[in-house]
Design a protein around this ligand. Structure first.
Ligand code: GLY
Length: 361
């Protein structure tokens, strides 16, 4: 009888190997059939880790380095990924930069409006959009998640809720840098050329950097983390597209677009032109691709390819979109449309470094 049980177990193991091998081959064939990029099976498998790497946190752009430090302080003590991703991006929200927090560039009418989201290991999520005069939209998003029956609050309702929750209402005022950039923009008040100008300068998405600032320190910050208990969470926060139409909301507060976490599989977050990320439910797409067995990097790449397919190569050259992803094993990756995107990876006190996002165009 024991022999039969053992034979059955061996048979099951063989079957799962055959299935895994088939999945790898199928992914390889799908990638090859695109005929565009020459991905090899070995580049896919070589990134696989032998053991689970946790805790770990990754976040978009070079500003992610500072943000990761705050997240790491939580993670290294065995803290929850949710606390880490909130504390991490609050650093960027507090800093003076062009694209996150109240110091950032305004909309075309001169108002800074903020979008943010957060998601935990139980698929709880919260977000705020079009929020004005509140310094930490990510923390308001968390309160929406934890204290209301809703997922998303916007505009004056989100602000009212924030005030009721004790968040101070900040002065209605542009930062000095944003004021300068805005006045400069007002001279022509052109919308589309801003995108082109940024791209031609290699500044990624759509936010002209403040004069004299680090040109790479820009755009949305999205952060995803795996804690010591093996649980995932993510956050995303931005002031959105500079000089956007009043009322415009991007991907960052849209769960599934700017951020998605599935604690069985992995987490993903996005940066760049929100409209195109929303079109493919970008972060959800990346997580679903990981569910099918793709490495995080390959999942990000496929999502970027989908955007390029929909938009066409010519129009895709005018925009930037980047995804980063992390799976349950602590494997990570990032991909973007064009050169210039980077993301920060941290899994030890002395391991907090920038990875260049691989690009397609
Ligand atoms: N990805 C940020 C935005 O489109 O607003």
């Amino acid at each position: 009888m024991d022999v039969v049980v053992e034979l059955m177990a061996a048979y099951k193991i063989c079957l799962s190997f055959i299935k895994y091998d088939y999945m790898l081959r199928r992914n390889f064939l799908q990638l090859s059939s695109l005929g565009l990029y020459g991905i090899s099976l070995s580049s896919f498998t070589s990134k696989r880790l032998g053991s689970i790497r946790k805790p770990i946190v990754i976040s978009t752009w070079d500003a992610g380095i500072e943000a990761n430090k705050a997240a790491w302080a939580v993670l290294k003590k065995g803290g929850r990924a949710l606390d880490a991703v909130e504390q991490g991006v609050r650093v960027t929200e507090s800093s003076q930069n062009c694209c996150v927090g109240l110091g950032a560039n305004p909309d075309r009418d001169g108002y800074v409006t903020l979008d943010a989201s957060i998601m935990d290991e139980y698929s709880n999520c919260g977000s705020v959009a079009y929020l004005e005069r509140i310094k930490h939209p990510v923390s308001v998003a968390r309160r929406v998640m934890e204290k209301t029956p809703h997922v998303m609050l916007v505009g004056s309702g989100a602000q009212q809720f924030a005030i009721e929750e004790g968040f101070p209402l900040e002065e209605q005022k542009l930062s000095e840098e944003a004021e300068k950039t805005y006045k400069n923009w007002l001279i022509k008040s052109e919308y589309k050329p801003v995108i082109n100008i940024e791209n031609s300068k290699g500044h990624g998405p759509f936010n002209p950097p403040f004069p004299g600032s680090n040109p790479l320190n820009h755009d949305t910050i999205g952060m995803i983390a795996l804690d010591a208990n093996g649980n995932l969470s993510g956050s995303c926060t931005t002031s959105g597209m500079a000089f956007k139409m009043r009322g415009r909301v991007g991907d960052s507060p849209i769960i599934g677009a700017g951020l998605f976490v599935d604690n069985e599989v992995g987490a993903a977050t996005a940066t760049g032109q929100g409209e195109d990320i929303i079109r493919i439910a970008g972060s959800h797409t990346v997580v679903e691709l990981m569910r099918q067995g793709l490495h995080p990097e390959e999942a990000c790449r496929k999502a970027v390819e989908r955007i390029i397919r929909i938009k066409g190569a010519a129009k895709s050259k005018e925009i930037q979109v980047g995804f980063i992803a992390l799976n349950k094993r602590g494997e990570y990756g990032g991909y973007c449309i064009q050169k210039g995107f980077s993301y920060a990876v941290c899994y030890a006190d002395d391991k907090n470094f920038l990875e260049p996002g691989k690009h397609i165009l």
